[in-house]
Design a protein around this ligand. Structure first.
Ligand SMILES: [Zn+2]
Length: 685
């Protein structure tokens, strides 16, 4: 399972990863450019945005913590990323049978073109090629529609001739014609397998063929293997057969390279367990056995000790109209040392947070255990995870393995950071009340977000107990259970964000400034800026958005008499200004107590009243104003990433002595580099 990009604050995104998803969000929330707090960075500021074309924005990400790795760990990361990239062309071929041929031809034209590079046709050709690179094929990565070229057929025909580039007639025509228009077609009224362009089935295979074939495959009902996960189903001499993706099988040339790098990774594994896991993955790629894949998945789910982790294989089945076959992907991850340290401090002090909470003593846990939550940083992505990437992953997918052996859920911290940083400070400047608010956000915004996430996840969800005899919230609070739970966890975070304890624990150098920043940001978002994510006239529906509004609107109203939060209008624009942080802190505590009471007593009526009164309805006039103010910040709806380049430094005997991290200059440079260095498959497979 993967969680896709959302245009929200870091906080919102990380919470969504662990507490449910709202993948449909498209518009942008406000977020500030958050400077790294580290003072060691004196070079030119990091350029998060590489370039923009069509509906795409390409970004860069840093790899925090890479320098803290030992040489052995750096080698492990390097080998794993090489393994990942070695399978890149598998995904291209899985996506569509003409993809590799078309890419090769387009790249050759791009490199060898001698005509006018400033001509409209060539510019349009370049944009098309970039879109194809971004989507790992000629179908849009998100909509699945075939990408329409804006240059003429004649232009391409001439360019192919001038550059002596070969391209079959069928592949040439398909760029322009009306065939294979959808990569995956899941409509109910059509033969999905037959009409989907994706290359996971022979072109004459029908829905019925697939159903019949898998009806007869025997599997253990208690521990079912993921049938069809690593093969293409084709007809040979009238008989249905699976062409397995393995060494010596379909895609064997690329898989052998993956195995080569995995063997090297195994030789520098961090511990025995990890080496064993890599050994199982190698066996799986050698044999194609799905029983081995399950053994691997179990061992992988249980291997949690190292600083390095990875995802590599045929994993997600979204590209198969029938949901059997996995798209190739790889993500190499490094532990987020900074966030892990913060989480640990919070977790070690979970009982203090429980004891000192504003909730009723009878609702406090005597022995609270912090919830474990993991953020990692990405060191390299490939296949279906690149350039478009998830922001969080929860694997393995096999249900019985998840139930009996557990799973790993991570959010990709540096990817989320990069999304947020790339959006700049313009929105903040538009919606913040004054200079102080902007300055605080720039200096403490990232830290406040991280601490809120840590508190929300580690102590928020762990805190409090349900009265004896009262059912679980999903039974008692029903449709309000989720927004009540998220609001309650948010409130635990808010209550402690303005607290000297954070400084005492070494989590910030200034608890007041951190708290003020967190409160400003929460109120600004909860009362105004999150509204950019819904259409005028709509109610708020998504649980997290609902909870941010009921929390913010309740404290706003409760503090009215004391003017805790004042609502100002300047030049027809609305601003919220917090005048008394101490009183706001108390109000958050009061609401936390009430939210816990509702949960502990299973008080449906109060939950309903709180949510319906404060969380759902939107002030239409304010909403329109927010949308108008936001309309000048349009940016491309889809983003993705180039990967940092990991360059081994070797001594005269060829031994790796260090691994350097460099950033690619441009998107096309990286794409050309990958196509040149990791093309292990013929154009027809
Ligand atoms: Zn949560």
């Amino acid at each position: 399972m993967k969680f896709n990009q959302l245009f929200t604050t870091a906080l919102a995104v990380s919470l969504l990863v662990s507490c449910g998803t709202d993948k449909k969000q498209k518009s942008e929330d406000t977020k500030t450019e958050t400077k790294e707090i580290s003072m060691t960075e004196k070079e030119t500021p990091f350029e998060y945005v590489v370039e923009q074309f069509a509906d795409i924005k390409v970004l860069r990400y840093k790899i925090p913590g890479f320098d803290q790795l030992t040489l052995k760990e750096k080698k492990l990361v390097y080998y794993l990323t090489q393994a990942g990239l070695s399978g890149r062309d598998i995904l291209w071929d899985q996506n569509y049978r003409h993809n590799l041929e078309i890419r090769k031809a387009l790249e050759n034209v791009y490199n060898e073109f001698k005509g006018d590079k400033n001509s409209e046709d060539f510019k349009k050709f370049t944009t098309y090629l970039k879109r194809v690179w971004f989507s790992n094929g000629i179908h849009h990565h998100y909509s699945n529609d075939k990408i329409k070229p804006e240059f003429s057929k004649e232009f391409l025909a001439n360019a192919l001739k001038d550059t002596k580039t070969e391209l079959s007639k069928e592949a040439f025509e398909v760029i322009f014609n009306n065939k294979d228009t959808k990569k995956v077609n899941k409509k109910a009224s059509v033969d999905n397998v037959l009409v989907s362009a994706v290359n996971l089935y022979g072109s004459d295979i029908t829905n019925k063929d697939v159903d019949n074939f898998y009806k007869n495959v025997k599997k253990d009902p208690k521990q079912p293997i993921e049938v069809g996960l690593n093969s293409k189903l084709v007809k040979e001499n009238g008989k249905l057969v699976e062409k397995v993706w393995k060494s010596g099988g379909l895609y064997g040339q690329a898989i052998d390279k993956i195995i080569f790098w995995l063997e090297k990774a195994k030789s520098v594994a961090e511990n025995e367990k990890q080496a064993e896991v890599l050994g199982l993955l190698i066996d799986y790629y050698k044999t194609g056995s799905l029983e081995t894949w399950d053994k691997y998945s179990i061992a992988w789910a249980k291997s949690t000790d190292g600083n390095i982790d990875w995802i590599n294989g045929f994993i997600e089945v979204y590209n198969d109209p029938k949901g059997y076959r996995g798209s190739y992907e790889s993500i190499v991850q490094i532990k987020d040392f900074d966030m892990s340290k913060k989480m640990k401090v919070v977790s070690d002090n979970a009982q203090w947070f429980e004891d000192n909470s504003s909730i009723d003593d009878k609702h406090k846990k005597k022995n609270v255990v912090g919830v474990s939550y993991k953020t990692v940083n990405v060191a390299g992505e490939a296949g279906d995870a690149s350039p478009s990437t998830p922001i969080g992953v929860n694997l393995p997918n096999s249900n019985w393995i998840r139930q009996h052996h557990g799973s790993k859920s991570v959010s990709l911290g540096n990817i989320i950071d990069s999304y947020n940083n790339a959006s700049g400070t313009d929105r903040l400047k538009e919606f913040a009340n004054d200079e102080e608010e902007i300055e605080l956000e720039e200096k403490y915004g990232a830290l406040a977000d991280k601490l809120h996430t840590a508190l929300h996840e580690v102590v928020g969800h762990a805190s409090g107990k349900i009265n004896e005899g009262v059912g679980m919230p999903k039974e008692t609070l029903k449709n309000y259970a989720s927004t009540m739970e998220e609001g309650r966890a948010d409130l635990v975070g808010l209550y402690y964000l303005y607290n000297p304890k954070l400084q005492e624990l070494g989590l910030t150098d200034d608890w007041k400034k951190t708290g003020k920043t967190a409160y400003d940001g929460y109120i600004r978002n909860g009362l105004m800026t999150q509204l950019v994510r819904i259409n005028l006239g709509d109610d708020i529906e998504e649980d997290h958005m609902v909870n941010r509004q009921w929390v913010s609107a309740w404290v706003f109203e409760q503090g009215k008499n004391d003017n805790v939060i004042e609502k100002l209008t300047r030049d027809g624009k609305t601003y919220y200004n917090i005048t008394d942080y101490e009183k706001l802190h108390q109000l958050f505590g009061k609401l936390l107590k009430e939210a816990q009471r509702i949960k502990s007593e299973g008080d449906y009526k109060s939950a309903k009243e709180l949510v319906e009164t404060y969380g759902v309805k939107v002030d239409q006039k304010l909403h329109k104003e927010v949308l108008d103010r936001n309309s000048k910040f349009k940016s491309a709806p889809y983003s993705g990433f180039v990967n940092p380049v990991l360059e081994p430094v070797t001594d005269k005997d060829g031994n790796i002595t260090d691994v350097k991290v460099k950033q690619p200059k441009s998107f096309d440079e990286q794409m050309k580099f990958y196509s040149k260095n990791y093309n292990f498959l013929p154009t027809k497979n």
